[in-house]
Design a protein. Structure first.
Length: 189
C-alpha cells in the first residue's frame, strides 16, 4: 500500500543533536505515562526525574506545561501515522487490527489530556486529518479484501474503539478481550 504521511504542523520540534533528542524523547515518554496515570496536573519534576533529566532540561524543551501536553498529543498522532506505514504490508485484517490496538494507546493519552487541548486550532485539525489519512487506507483494504463489513465506515470504527476504551478495565488482558469482541462485530466471517 502506497501511503504518504501528511506533515503535522506543530510548534515543538525535536532537537537535532542525538543526546538532546534522547532527552526529548525520554521526556515525552515519561510525560505520556504520567499524564495517563495522573492527568494533566502530573508533577513536572516527577516527569523529569522519570526521564532521567533535570527540570531545567524539561523547561528548555517545553517552556510551559501546555507545550509538553501538546507535544505528547502530537507525538501520539505522529506515532499512529508511522504505525500505519509499518503495518501496511501485513494482510489487511491483521494490519487494521494491529493499528487499532496502537490506537487504543493513543485514546488513553488523549482522554487524559483532552481538556487541555485547543480543539479549534489548525494543528489539532491537521493532526486529526493525518490520523484519518493514516488509518483509512488500512480499513479500506480490509473492506476490499472482504475482511471488514461494507456497511461500516472508518469513523464508525474509531468511535466504537474510542468509546469502549473510555471505560475502566481490570487489566490490559480484559481490555484486549473487549476490543477483540468489538472488532469481531465489524469482521466478515
Amino acid at each position: 500500500m502506497d501511503q504518504t504521511r501528511p506533515a503535522l504542523q506543530v510548534d515543538v520540534r525535536r532537537p537535532q543533536r542525538a543526546d538532546a533528542r534522547r532527552n526529548f524523547d525520554a521526556l515525552l515518554a515519561a510525560a505520556r505515562d504520567a499524564f495517563a496515570a495522573k492527568g494533566v496536573e502530573a508533577s513536572l519534576e516527577e516527569i523529569a526525574r522519570q526521564a532521567g533529566v533535570g527540570i531545567g532540561t524539561l523547561y528548555r524543551n517545553f517552556p510551559t506545561r501546555q507545550d509538553l501536553l501538546n507535544a505528547v498529543y502530537f507525538g501520539e498522532i505522529e506515532e499512529l501515522c508511522i504505525a500505519a506505514e509499518e503495518v501496511a504490508d501485513l494482510p489487511p485484517w491483521e494490519a487494521l487490527t494491529t493499528w487499532l490496538r496502537r490506537f487504543v494507546g493513543y485514546a488513553a493519552t488523549k482522554r487524559a489530556i483532552w481538556e487541555s487541548l485547543n480543539r479549534e486550532s489548525e494543528s489539532f485539525k491537521a493532526a486529526r486529518e493525518a490520523m484519518y489519512a493514516a488509518g483509512t487506507p488500512l480499513f479500506e483494504q480490509a473492506q476490499k479484501s472482504g475482511d471488514a463489513r461494507a456497511d461500516v465506515n472508518f469513523d464508525d470504527v474509531l468511535r466504537m474503539v474510542s468509546g469502549l476504551t473510555a471505560g475502566s478495565f481490570v487489566d490490559e488482558a480484559q481490555r484486549d478481550r473487549v476490543l477483540a469482541i468489538a472488532l469481531d462485530g465489524i469482521r466478515v466471517r
